[in-house]
Design a protein around this ligand. Structure first.
Ligand code: ADP
Ligand code: MG
Length: 677
């Protein structure tokens, strides 16, 4: 069979099951082989019962001792209980809702049991262990564990991958040139894929993984290098009007912080050169990045050129639009606005403002990137909260002018070493100071028992004039359910003591215009409680909001929580953040503790990367890192550096990848994806 064949041709996969696989993004046999495990269970070696300890997954070998009991538990579950003895000791075994194991066990002889060991009183026991015999195939090896959806058991994925591996009769696509494979000591693609799914041992596994991580990073790096703007003189328009910047700063309602001034100086230093600026501004939530960008944009406008600011959501774009209009209009600098939700007439008018150069400033969503947006003389492109945009999109905005400076702003700090590899030759400015008078957001965890008290606290806060955000739990992979949960939550709220306040909802399923409506009501203070899914997370600025409740806080990543919390504590009022969290053990508890103890975004981000398991880290957009299938930016940094060097070597010899069509195809695929992010 071919890699492009549908998985329906595999044994055991019918229409129903194929649909489940489709939910995991698996359609073809090639997709299946490229669906790597998220973890492994080591069933390769048997341990003596006397050597085991609680919390580990282990295999023991022995005979059943003391008979097999089957009964119904108090919760009406079928329970089978027995013990295994191996000469070194005895271990209790328990199965829930698996009555059929009784028959297997009663056959007697030697068994291998594999499972997690837990403490039970003074003894250990194993819950729901896998039962195998010597040579039975279920043990004696390392077992892959795949991410899956509810109705699709691990075993099905495992078998499907095994089958796929057996029936494929064409070579796997190799995107790494053989010189590169040799130079970086990478095993071949076939062994790599085989051993990522069915590792013989951990040594070959780690070589397999290294190859696949390298491959993924190579694609990323090649793409980044291909879209980089060369830092050469004469490539950008020099802009220099120090007086304008001073006037602008003097006209603000507040005085700039030292950090803001320093960063504005750094930007202005770049702008007066003809070498294109490529600068990242990192500043924690609320540090005042917008005004820094505004100063630079003002300078550009006063020199007669255009500047554009792109934001990842309609709400944010509109907020920037309002803020910039307020700052610029006193000076007669016109601001245009572009968004997907605009009416045709409005759109036409704004397009004309931008095309004619009447508007020196354009603010918008990615609608700014559409073909019919023509600038008269764009020289500065700013993207806010850059992690929402792919590399391509940033490049696309830069393509709107011939000689562009680019500025990227983000609240999610990534280690400098990482930003260098990810964004190429990039300068970084840090706003490491908050505007004066900002008070720390007092953060607490709470559980269900404390709900009443929390509600009273919210009531008090609202009665004294504050406003509240309530963030609903995310519903996995479903916008529809997300919306439903927010709606139901609000309904429930209306029946309780908070029902006397005006409550609104905002969620990802709403149209842009609806969201704006809701947001505006909240900004104007017409609503006191905003129930939302995480659509509010980025950049929203309502200084009067002083309390935030996060439901099921353990489901959010640390950086995400930090972003969310940044929505309060933006004004005069003392602010609170309450994290509802039932489970305060393990990683979840660690996260909550960090949230309560620190409000330093850099520290939080660093910790976040550390305590996330590799599986969890993929798919998160919060770090501004692209989605990766297997590579981990934190722990695979050394491979990332090698892949970067390799990408340079390949492109130096073959700038258009003519000799490497497979690599080129992958790069295009990956970067096409990013655009849609
Ligand atoms: P972020 O860095 O999160 O994008 P914003 O640019 O939205 O932050 O700024 C947050 C709030 O702080 C805004 O209301 C802004 O007007 C205000 N602000 C910015 N700089 C200062 C300053 N130097 N002094 C007082 N308030 C400021
Ligand atoms: Mg912002």
């Amino acid at each position: 069979m071919k890699l492009s064949d549908n998985i329906r041709y595999l044994k055991g996969i019918g229409e129903k099951r194929a649909e489940l696989f489709a939910r995991l993004g698996i359609h073809t046999i090639g997709d299946l082989l490229a669906y790597f495990p998220r973890g492994y269970e080591d069933r390769s070696s048997v341990m003596a019962i006397s050597d085991i300890s609680a919390g580990e997954v282990v295999c023991v070998k022995g005979t059943v001792a003391g008979g097999v009991r089957r009964f119904r538990s108090a919760r009406r579950m079928q329970v089978v209980q027995t013990a295994v003895s191996d000469g070194s000791g005895m271990l209790k075994l328990v199965w829930f809702n698996a009555p059929y194991v009784e028959k297997t066990l009663s056959q007697g002889g030697e068994f291998i049991f594999c499972g997690k060991v837990v403490q039970s009183g003074f003894a250990y026991e194993m819950i729901n262990p896998v039962i195998d015999r010597e040579g039975g195939g279920k043990t004696g090896k390392i077992i892959p564990i795949y991410s899956t959806v509810n109705a699709l058991p691990q075993r099905n994925i495992r078998e499907a991958v095994e089958n796929a591996w057996r029936v494929v009769d064409e070579p796997l696509v190799n995107i790494i040139p053989s010189e590169t494979e040799q130079r970086y000591n990478l095993i071949d693609v076939r062994s790599a894929v085989q051993n990522i799914h069915f590792p013989r041992d951990f040594e070959i596994f780690s070589r397999a993984r290294r190859r696949l991580v390298f491959e993924e990073f190579l694609i990323l790096q090649t793409g980044i290098l291909l879209s980089a703007v060369p830092k050469e003189e004469g490539r950008a328009t020099a802009v220099n009007d120090v007086r304008a910047v001073r006037t602008f700063a003097a006209g603000l309602k507040f005085s700039l912080t030292g950090a803001q001034k320093r960063v504005i100086n750094e930007i202005c230093g770049d702008l007066k050169k003809t070498v294109p600026m490529n600068r990242l501004v990192q500043g924690d939530v609320g540090s005042g990045k917008t005004v820094v960008a505004a100063a630079a944009m003002f300078e550009v406008a006063s020199c007669g050129y255009q500047a554009a600011l792109m934001a990842p959501t309609e709400i944010l774009a509109e907020q920037h639009f309002r803020a910039l209009k307020e700052m610029f209009e006193p000076y007669g600098v016109k601001v245009a606005f572009m968004s997907g939700g605009q009416k045709a007439k409005e759109k036409r008018e704004n397009l004309e403002l931008i095309r004619s150069g009447e508007a020196k400033i354009a603010v918008g969503t990615h609608a700014l990137l559409t073909e019919n947006v023509d600038f008269e003389n764009l020289v500065l492109a700013v993207t806010d909260e850059q992690h929402r945009f792919g590399v391509r999109q940033r490049a696309a905005l830069s393509d709107k002018g011939a000689n562009i400076h680019t500025l990227v702003m983000t609240a999610t700090p990534i280690p400098r070493t990482l930003s260098l590899v990810l964004y190429g030759d990039l300068d970084v400015s840090v706003i490491d100071e908050l505007p004066p008078g900002r008070k720390r957001v007092a953060t607490y965890t709470a559980n269900e028992k404390m709900r009443r008290r929390v509600e009273l606290m919210v009531e008090k806060e609202l009665e004294s004039g504050g406003q509240a955000y309530i963030v609903c739990p995310l519903v996995e992979e479903s916008d529809v359910l997300d919306a439903k949960s927010a709606v139901e939550y609000a309904e429930h709220l209306k029946k309780g003591i908070l029902g006397k306040f005006n409550i609104d909802i905002i969620h990802g399923r709403m149209k842009a215009a609806e969201k704006d409506e809701v947001m505006h009501r909240f900004i104007r203070g017409e609503t006191q409680i905003l129930v939302s899914t995480t659509v509010i997370e980025v950049g929203v600025d309502v200084p009067n909001a002083s309390i935030m409740i996060v439901e099921s806080a353990e489901r959010f990543g640390l950086s995400q929580l930090h972003q969310l919390r940044g929505r309060v504590g933006r004004g005069e009022r003392r602010s609170y953040c309450i994290l509802f969290c039932e489970n305060t053990g393990g990683v979840a508890g660690e996260r909550m503790k960090i949230m309560c103890e620190t409000d330093d975004g850099f520290e939080i981000s660093e910790k976040d990367l550390q305590i996330r398991g590799p599986g969890e880290m993929f798919g998160t957009r919060q770090h501004g890192l692209p989605n990766m299938k297997i590579a981990n930016f934190y722990t695979d940094m050394d491979v990332l550096k090698e892949a970067q060097t390799a990408a340079r070597e390949i492109l130096d010899a073959d700038p258009d990848l003519k000799e490497h069509p497979a690599l080129r195809e992958k790069v295009e695929e990956k970067f096409a994806e990013t655009v849609l992010n």
